[in-house]
Design a protein around this ligand. Structure first.
Ligand code: HEM
Length: 337
């Protein structure tokens, strides 16, 4: 802000979120300008790019052996790099145990430690561990960053809501830094996050595709075994038969009618983390992170539009549903009396 007179939040949120996940998963923060941090950022970006590529081979299996766009070659190359990167971290964790640097009953470990403790009973192979760890990094990073970008865009567009949420924080928290324990006492802030998850769900098609493994009846429709189905959560959350004024951004709706609505997968009118066996395993962590960071960003700063780059709410569906034009805004520190 000091240098340019405006801030593009996307990159900052992405790197912050990546380090948040890395800290929980590998117990380590990275410097994204040097060394391993640069490699990690390259691996994550290559993964997102490959998942977003339109691959002709998916639609014309006969082309299978040709690999026209080189997608398979790039995937193979990425897999071997991820195996080397994550494999080394697992080896480092094992060495620490051998040298007495980690004692399961005494040390607060990270997610790799949790998996290594499991190993004795369930004998997770290294390949399984690498897959689980990479999935956590991959699914946990952008969802949080993208959701926060939508939250901030809405705050810039609706200054009266921004002020209302800031007053709530000031009343409940005062001048000390807001913490995790304050979140249950900030109902309006939670309503804003719920309304963002309704209007701009980062995973609008949940996990993209599901396969019916047996015949299923939904209402009066038969879904035969072998059918590939997609759950369009975006369509449900924008359906006028389900939601009143679905296109209006109105956090207050959750203060009134839907005060206790559970968004963790029990109520299919709003299930932004999916539901059932494949529900998002990071939902509690993701929601806790978004609530806390949003509260901190509102407590510490005032968010304004940038005259040259007005907020554009157009959507772009990649692995997650992102803002088509990244948010650019002005940010001024707040002083709380
Ligand atoms: C606010 C942030 C997040 C949102 C909106 C979100 C949303 C989702 C959605 C919609 C799915 C598909 C569920 C389904 O098909 O039923 C999913 C899956 C998944 N999420 Fe999240 N997620 C978030 C944060 C996280 C975090 C922080 C992690 C891990 C640290 C994570 C890890 C995963 C994994 C591993 C899967 C795949 C589960 C499977 O295929 O069985 N997510 N997430």
């Amino acid at each position: 802000m000091g240098e340019k007179g405006h801030v593009e939040v996307k990159k900052v949120l992405h790197l912050g979120s990546l380090n948040n996940v890395m800290m929980m998963v590998f117990g380590k923060c990275y410097d994204f300008l040097n060394g391993d941090g640069v490699i990690l950022e390259e691996l994550v970006n290559e993964g997102y790019e490959l998942l977003g590529v339109f691959n002709w081979n998916d639609h014309f299996p006969l082309l299978g052996w040709v690999d026209l766009q080189g997608v398979r070659r790039r995937c193979r190359c990425l897999v071997s790099k991820v195996n080397a990167f994550v494999g080394k971290i697992i080896v480092d964790h094992r060495m620490k145990r051998v040298s007495g640097g980690y004692v399961a009953s005494e040390t607060v470990g990270d997610f790799v430690d949790v998996l290594l403790d499991l190993e004795k009973e369930n004998r997770l192979s290294d390949a399984d561990m690498i897959a689980v760890l990479w999935e956590m990094i991959f699914r946990g990073t952008d969802t949080v960053a993208i959701l926060l970008e939508w939250v901030l865009a809405r705050m810039v567009l609706h200054p009266e809501m921004q002020t209302k949420a800031q007053c709530e924080i000031d009343e409940v928290v005062g001048s000390r830094p807001v913490s995790n324990n304050d979140i249950p006492n900030l109902p309006y802030l939670q309503c804003i996050v719920k309304e963002i998850l309704r209007v701009h769900p980062p995973g609008p098609l949940l996990s993209w595709a599901r396969l019916a493994i047996g015949d299923v009846c939904i209402g009066d429709k038969l879904i035969p075994a072998g059918t590939t189905a997609m759950v369009n959560m975006w369509a449900i959350t924008h359906n006028a038969n389900v939601w009143s004024e679905p296109d209006v951004f109105k956090p207050e709706r959750f203060m009134e009618m839907e005060r206790d609505m559970n968004i963790m997968g029990c109520d299919l009118r709003l299930a932004p983390f999916g539901a059932g066996r494949r529900v998002c395993p990071g939902k509690s962590m993701g929601l806790a992170t978004v609530h806390l960071w949003f509260a901190q960003l509102l407590q510490g700063f005032q968010w304004f539009p940038c005259d040259e780059k007005p907020v554009d709410l157009s959507e772009c569906l990649k692995l997650s549903m992102e803002m088509k034009s990244p948010l650019i805004c002005k940010v001024v520190p707040r002083v709380v009396a």
